[in-house]
Every structure is written in structure tokens, then in C-alpha cells.
Ligand binder design. Structure first.
Ligand SMILES: Nc1ncnc2c1ncn2[C@@H]1O[C@H](COP(=O)(O)OP(=O)(O)O)[C@@H](O)[C@H]1O
Ligand SMILES: C[C@@](O)(CCOP(=O)(O)O)CC(=O)O
Ligand SMILES: [Mg+2]
Length: 379
């Protein structure tokens, strides 16, 4: 039996959230905030799952899991698949999951990936799985994707589907992690675009469009302040809300999605044009695009008063800000121009924090899913 630690990053979507669900491109980047999963063998017959970020600790008899898995669809670790309805309802029943409780979905995701990747027939090893995270949960920074990606990776290593050599995963191995993570995101989000799990798997700045090969994007490394409104929300619910608005007013909302696509193209163009253009002009454009995108997202119905308040505080301090992720609360980011004085940034952060929000200054980018160590365990 071995012990593994895997981590995967959260993300911010610079532009294109929600529209990406409808086949439009999104520009997204990894963050230096990560979710880390440590998996090790456990003495005896108890299987332990610790999820401290959501206050959940579970201990199951291994034989109970074996019995459960014998009654659900059979898995194949090398072929990612979605749960059938009977499997989902069996897992819900086993975990006593309440309808609509997002936290319970983390346990269902764990059981689903474990049963499918490790195998749903035969005897199981007792394990201890501990999940730590720097990311706020349910706040738009892709905590669900970082959880799904690191979980898929740790289980695929255990199953021998991907190698346990740090920094060595091939594109193919990462592809398998990404595909399983997408299945997990489906359970949590309902109808994910796949952008969050892709950024968390591959890291860096990417241009993502559903169904197309991933395009790593070249761009100036930007500095941002992330602001957490602390207003809880669920991505699943907000994605459903946009769908409802699109179905109700297709002639109004469809052109908005087209306009959001054009904005992503312009933002990428601007970020890639820094070398040959006046940086001030580029930053002016990026700031305007942030303002426009924020208004577009309000039209989709995913704004929130707290987010408007944060944008206003930024405007009063001569900065530009938009929500990131699903919206409805959660986080926003503020673009920090390189010529902004430390004093000016300090004043901004002070006014945000005095208003009761949390903020942190960070540069974007950073590595995707990573295997940290693998050491033999005494059995
Ligand atoms: N560290 C974690 N441990 C366990 N579950 C997690 C963790 N991070 C995220 N999740 C799962 O993801 C859900 C939040 O996902 P979502 O609404 O998409 O918000 P986010 O914007 O943070 O991805 C949680 O309710 C939980 O089910
Ligand atoms: C709103 C959306 O574009 C991003 C959601 O991100 P998050 O779960 O709020 O971090 C949905 C998606 O792309 O699947
Ligand atoms: Mg999510």
C-alpha cells in the first residue's frame, strides 16, 4: 500500500463565465490557491473520508462500501462515464443526502469516483483520505473543480491508471484526470462547461471552448486583487437561472452571449498585444472590458448587490472589478495596473475590508494538478 499527496489549483475566469456553458470561449487562469488530498492506507477495516472545508468526516466499514458498490454500475477506470440514475439514487440513499444540499454532493462524488476508478466489484482496501484546501468553498474560485481534479488524480494513481512519478504526467494521463474530473463536476454543477476542471488540470492561462482542443493562451501576467463577498451561492443554481432566462427571452439573451464571445476575443487580443503596443492603452482597454463584462453578467441575472457594492468601492478608488465564476455572490476580481502605487492599492484594500469583505492580492497562473510525493507505507 502506498501513500500519495496530490494538489490542484483553483481558478479565476477573467471573461466568458456562463457564456462558456453555451459553447462560447472563456479566458481563465489558475490561481496559487490549491486543494490538497492526502491518501494513505488505514489500519483495520475502517475507511475514512475527512472533508474539513465543509465540516464532514465520514467513517465506513469497508464491507459496507463493498456491498454498496456491488449494487451500482460497474466501473472502468480508463473509461470515464457518468452515473446512471439508479447509481446516483443509490449513492444518495447511502449517504442520506438531502435534496439540494451541495455539501452532500462532495461525498457522492467521492463514492462515485472511488467505485468507478478503483473498481466496483471485489474487495477494497481500507483508506484514509484527507482533503485540505486554501480555497473558499462555493465562492466562484473553482473549489469544486480543484476537489474533483485532485480526487480523480489521487484515485487514478492508486488504481495504477496514471504513473506515481512526480512531474511526469503525460498529456494523455492528464486527459484521463480531466475527463474523470468533468464527470465529478457534472454531479456537483449539473451542466458544467468543463472550463474549471481544464484549468485545474493543466494550469496556466487558457482559452477554453467546449468540445475544442485546449488553447494555452499567451498573455501578460496580470496582478489582481480577489475579493470575497462572503455571500454563499451554488454554481448549479446559477447555471440553471441563466438557462431559465435564456429560455424565457431567447431573442434578448442570445445576442448577449454573442457579445460576450466578442469580448473574450478582444480581451485575449489585448493581452497578447502587450509586446507591440503601449501598455497604458492595453490596460485602459482591459479595464473597460471588465466594466462591460460585469454589465453583461448582470443582464444574465447573476449579479448581486454585494458585488455591485464591491465594484462601486473599486470605482471610487479608480480601479475596475467584475464578478468571477458563477456570480450571485462569491468572488470578484480587481485588475491592478503595474503603475498603480502601493499606497493606492493599500487604500483600495482598506476600503474593501472596512466594508466587511475579504481580499487578497495575487498574481495569476501556476501549475496544474501535481503529485507531491509517494512513499511506501508500513502495512
Ligand atoms: N475542499 C473541499 N472538500 C469537499 N468538497 C468540496 C471542497 N471544495 C469544493 N467542494 C464541493 O464543491 C461544492 C461547491 O461547488 P460550487 O458551487 O461549484 O462552487 P465553487 O465556485 O467553489 O466551485 C461544495 O458544496 C462541495 O460539494
Ligand atoms: C458559471 C460557470 O461558467 C463557471 C462556474 O465556476 P464556479 O463553480 O463558480 O467556480 C459554469 C461552467 O463553466 O461550468
Ligand atoms: Mg464549481
Amino acid at each position: 500500500m502506498l501513500s500519495f499527496t496530490v494538489s490542484a489549483p483553483g481558478k479565476i475566469i477573467l471573461h466568458g463565465e456562463h457564456a462558456v456553458v453555451y459553447g462560447k470561449p472563456a479566458l481563465a487562469t489558475s490561481l496559487n490557491l490549491r486543494t490538497t488530498i492526502h491518501l494513505s492506507g488505514n489500519d483495520g477495516s475502517i475507511f475514512i473520508l475527512c472533508l474539513p472545508s465543509i465540516d464532514i468526516n465520514k467513517a465506513w466499514e469497508v464491507t459496507d462500501l463493498e456491498l454498496l458498490y456491488s449494487t451500482i454500475q460497474e466501473g472502468n477506470g480508463s473509461i470515464p462515464s457518468s452515473p446512471d440514475t439508479a447509481t446516483l439514487s443509490r449513492l444518495r440513499q447511502f449517504t442520506d443526502a438531502e435534496d439540494g444540499n451541495a455539501k452532500d454532493l462532495a461525498i457522492i462524488v467521492f463514492l462515485y469516483l472511488h467505485s468507478q476508478i478503483i473498481g466496483s466489484r471485489g474487495s477494497l482496501a481500507a483508506l484514509r483520505v484527507v482533503v485540505g484546501s486554501d480555497l473558499p468553498v462555493g465562492a466562484g474560485l473553482g473549489s469544486s473543480a480543484a476537489y474533483s481534479v485532485s480526487l480523480a488524480a489521487v484515485l487514478l494513481v492508486l488504481a495504477g491508471q496514471i504513473r506515481q512519478i512526480p512531474n511526469s504526467w503525460t498529456r494523455e494521463e492528464l486527459g484521463l484526470v480531466n475527463s474523470w474530473a468533468f464527470e465529478a463536476e457534472r454531479i456537483i454543477h449539473g451542466n458544467p462547461s468543463g472550463v474549471d476542471n481544464a484549468v485545474s488540470t493543466y494550469g496556466g492561462l487558457i482559452l477554453y471552448r467546449k468540445g475544442e482542443a485546449l488553447k494555452p493562451a499567451r498573455g501578460n501576467s496580470l496582478q489582481v486583487v480577489i475579493v470575497n463577498s462572503h455571500v454563499p451561492r451554488s454554481t448549479k443554481r446559477l447555471v440553471e437561472k441563466v438557462k431559465e432566462r435564456l429560455d424565457k427571452y431567447p431573442e434578448i439573451i442570445r445576442p448577449m452571449l454573442e457579445s460576450m464571445e466578442a469580448l473574450v476575443v478582444k480581451a485575449l487580443d489585448t493581452m497578447q498585444g502587450f509586446e507591440n503596443s503601449d501598455a497604458n492603452v492595453c490596460y485602459d482597454i482591459l479595464e473597460e472590458l471588465i466594466d462591460i463584462n460585469q454589465s453583461q453578467l448582470n443582464v444574465l441575472g447573476v449579479g448581486h448587490l454585494s458585488l455591485e457594492h464591491i465594484c462601486l468601492l473599486c470605482q471610487q478608488n479608480d480601479f475596475h472589478c467584475k464578478l468571477t465564476g458563477a456570480g450571485g455572490g462569491g468572488c470578484a476580481f480587481v485588475l491592478i495596473r503595474p503603475d498603480a502605487s502601493k499606497e493606492k492599492v493599500k487604500t483600495l484594500i482598506k476600503s474593501i475590508e472596512e466594508a466587511g469583505y475579504m481580499s487578497w492580492l495575487t498574481s495569476i497562473g501556476g501549475s496544474g494538478v501535481t503529485l507531491h510525493e509517494s512513499m511506501p507505507l508500513s502495512s
